[in-house]
Design a protein around this ligand. Structure first.
Ligand SMILES: [Zn+2]
Ligand SMILES: [Zn+2]
Ligand SMILES: [Zn+2]
Length: 342
């Protein structure tokens, strides 16, 4: 952001997030029009399906039965059911490690502890924060408690692609950035207008496609653009132990950094090839690895050395500024309790 930037909104979330999200538009008077939400909403069809599968009631959340370990003074350890069923790995600094062989983000899920667990959420094994249990704990699996899982961001208008999301703080690999929120709908039942704001959530055991539609209601994530070399990945987060591909309590989608990101960088995730096929669109990421390049790709794409240099520079920058990645919001981010080496 520079002094000459034209701020058209002081806070996109209107006070609903822990940081104001400024909106910059130096080109026209287009304002983002939608309702900002702090949690997913469900359509009637989604609620019906959930009840059908669970004898007329909404699914109950089933958690772990961990006991407090007096020796380590922690709640949920290796044997925790939520922990052992989670398919996400963490590095020694408790950052999420992306599995390079996994292309299916439904498989790559994380189960958070909550009030329904024996730890009552005190272990803080959480990626996304919610309204339930959130207390300071001693478990290493704490990543992002708080009232909203969100880093410092702003919105900026680009003449070629509309609004995009820029991060205003250093972010290290594996850090959750925000949650993709909107109206959870069923593609086969809810009549959805095709929009650019639909994120796949789950295919259930009957083949129904659950999606998050952020056209009317959503949060800052709905403005994150696509890139074939995206800096974020989607991770499915359950609040309870799911049975795979059967309708569990609805998961949520966390957007997590898959590489080090400098302040001032546009955030992107991969919309998938289908998105472009369904809409007959060409990609405008102009990355070297673009799978669906626009006609002017050759004119605009970066060279391999440029791309490599950028990745190395970012990595060095974050190594140097690693403390800022957690210190920007000390109340919200705590990367584990025994990390003396950070
Ligand atoms: Zn547990
Ligand atoms: Zn726990
Ligand atoms: Zn592309």
């Amino acid at each position: 952001m520079s002094n000459n930037d034209r701020i058209v909104m002081q806070d996109l979330s209107e006070g609903k997030e822990s940081f104001p999200i400024r909106v910059i538009n130096n080109y026209n008077n287009d304002l983002p029009g939608f309702a900002y939400t702090t949690g997913n909403e469900f359509t009637e069809f989604v609620n019906d399906e959930l009840r059908k599968e669970n004898g007329g009631k909404l699914p109950e959340e089933k958690g772990c039965d961990c006991e407090f370990n007096e020796i380590t003074q922690t709640w949920c350890g290796e044997d925790c059911k939520c922990e052992s069923r989670s398919r996400i790995n963490f590095d020694p600094k408790n950052r999420i490690v992306e599995d390079p062989w996994n292309n299916d983000f439904y498989e790559d899920f994380y189960i958070e502890c909550g009030l329904h667990c024996n730890c009552r959420g005190k272990c803080n094994r959480r990626i996304l924060a919610g309204t339930s249990a959130f207390k300071k704990g001693k478990c290493n699996r704490r990543i992002l408690p708080g009232t909203s899982a969100l880093k410092k961001l702003h919105l900026e208008y680009f003449p070629d692609k509309g609004y995009g999301v820029i991060v205003d703080q250093p972010v290290s690999t594996g850090m959750p950035i925000c949650e993709y929120r909107g109206l959870v709908s069923i593609q086969e039942k809810d009549i959805l207008n095709p929009s650019h704001y639909q994120e796949d959530l789950l295919i259930d055991n009957k083949g129904l496609h659950f999606i998050i539609d952020a056209a009317e209601i959503g949060n800052v994530s709905r403005f994150i653009n696509h890139s074939c070399a995206a800096n974020l990945i989607q991770i499915c987060v359950y609040s309870s132990i799911p049975s795979l591909r059967k309708i569990p309590p609805m998961p949520r989608v966390a957007l997590v950094a898959r590489r080090d990101i400098r302040p001032g960088t546009e955030l992107t995730f991969d919309y998938g090839l289908e998105y472009f096929n369904d809409r007959n669109l060409r990609c405008r990421c102009y990355e070297l690895c673009c799978f669906n390049p626009a006609d002017d790709w050759a004119l605009k794409t970066k060279s391999l050395p440029e791309t490599q240099k950028e990745i190395i520079c970012n990595k060095r920058f974050i190594e140097k500024h690693f403390n800022e990645t957690k210190d920007v919001q000390p109340d919200v981010i705590e990367l584990g309790s025994d990390d003396d080496d950070i």
